[in-house]
Design a protein around this ligand. Sequence first.
Ligand code: CMC
Length: 430
Amino acid sequence: MKKAEIFINGDKLYEVPVIIDNMGGHSLDITNLRKDTGFITYDPGFGNTGSCRSSITYLDGEKGILQYRGYPIEDLVESCDFVEVAYLLVHGYLPNLVERRKYADMLNQHSLLHPQMRDFFKNYPDHSHPMSILAAMSVSLQSFYPEIDLAEDPEKQMDLNVTRLLSKMRTIAAFTYRKLIGMDFVNPNYKYSYCENFLNMMFSSPVKKYKANPVHAKALNKLLILHADHEQNCSTTAVRLIGSSEANLYAAVSAGICALWGPRHGGANQAVIEMLQQILESGESLEKIVERAKDKDDPFRLMGFGHRVYKTYDPRAKIARSMCDEVLADLGTSDPLLDLAVKLEEVALNDSYFIERNLYPNVDFYTGIIFRAMGIPTNMYTVMFALGRLPGWIAHYLEWNHDPYEKIGRPRQIYTGPQPKKVLPIDQRE
Ligand code: CMC
């Protein structure tokens, strides 16, 4: 076994075991560091910390590689649909025809919402953000579908919970949209595929016959696959952390939804479109926008740019960029926001600030343009991200639960507060 050594002022403090992962990556195993030496490590934002062992997703941010269970993301978007990829992430292998059909049947069987849950929607104000409804409904599922004893038949029971979540969250997402636009709900329908079903629940109209555009259904499949997992990101870490307390699956997923909502994470897809719209309306030059993004005294950042792990072009952004052309071509239209985004990317990628810091478009830079072309409103974009990320969250929750090394998540801190003090009687306090 390889070992590293830690020296303090020339004196050897500790020998650290080195773990080498399946792709040759090296890690220092500091599990016993504090116990053996009294030292802890400091790593704000966990940029350098491996919090778990995982066999779900492989990501090389320097080379722009993303693989789910060993399969390159580029192949998965071309050859599979979202249901197959969800199965892959959760079960660890791609389903065969029989397994695929059985899974689709289960997704259909569990797509309806409990009537009392349908009533919840009524009481949300019309200006609610859909992510707040999604998070609340997700954790509410636990009350209506309490988990069954996993000890009985763990595989079967977990399959049931997982398909329930995957299927009902799609219904919840569509109902949320209908509620916010003041239209009646449309129930899920067995005859449609996963994505067609979602589009049908979103856009069916009582006055005009609706049939999901196959180009949109295909694009939606691809987008959900692009979002399906991304190893230890903020929301997945939240899911694993909540799961580590042995909270139920629905609670952990709800935490993931809340973490995803923020504009530094999944909320960036909404923020990108809002930013592009503002630029278009203000008529500000792109050079000036980029100057603002570089100015440390200005809180403005270029949304959809930069990533903690990608130091090259995000492979998901590459795929999303080419999908924009396909979807717009099918509509026989163009989008001024796409033209603007392409120009903004060019200005930023030629700027030394962005070059030196390896800041490239991330997945959120172009996906909003595709959602927009499909008629999905801006405030629903992060919900779409959540629907895609759902199988990844579930896979990580299950992996954490089966991990022989698992422990409750409980980091240490560097204390910066006062030294111990005496409590003075209230009349003696300043
Ligand atoms: N615009 C301007 N400057 C930026 C940007 C940006 N979008 N992103 C990073 N930087 C600068 C940052 O100011 C810092 O500069 P300096 O070294 O001079 O202090 C440097 O680049 C490194 O950035 P960081 O904030 O230390 O990097 P991070 O890894 O902590 O943050 C990030 C990553 C994604 C939060 C950040 O790049 C960002 O805020 N981007 C915009 C929001 C966004 O698009 N988020 C979606 C991420 S992809 C979807 C997902 O998987 O969540």
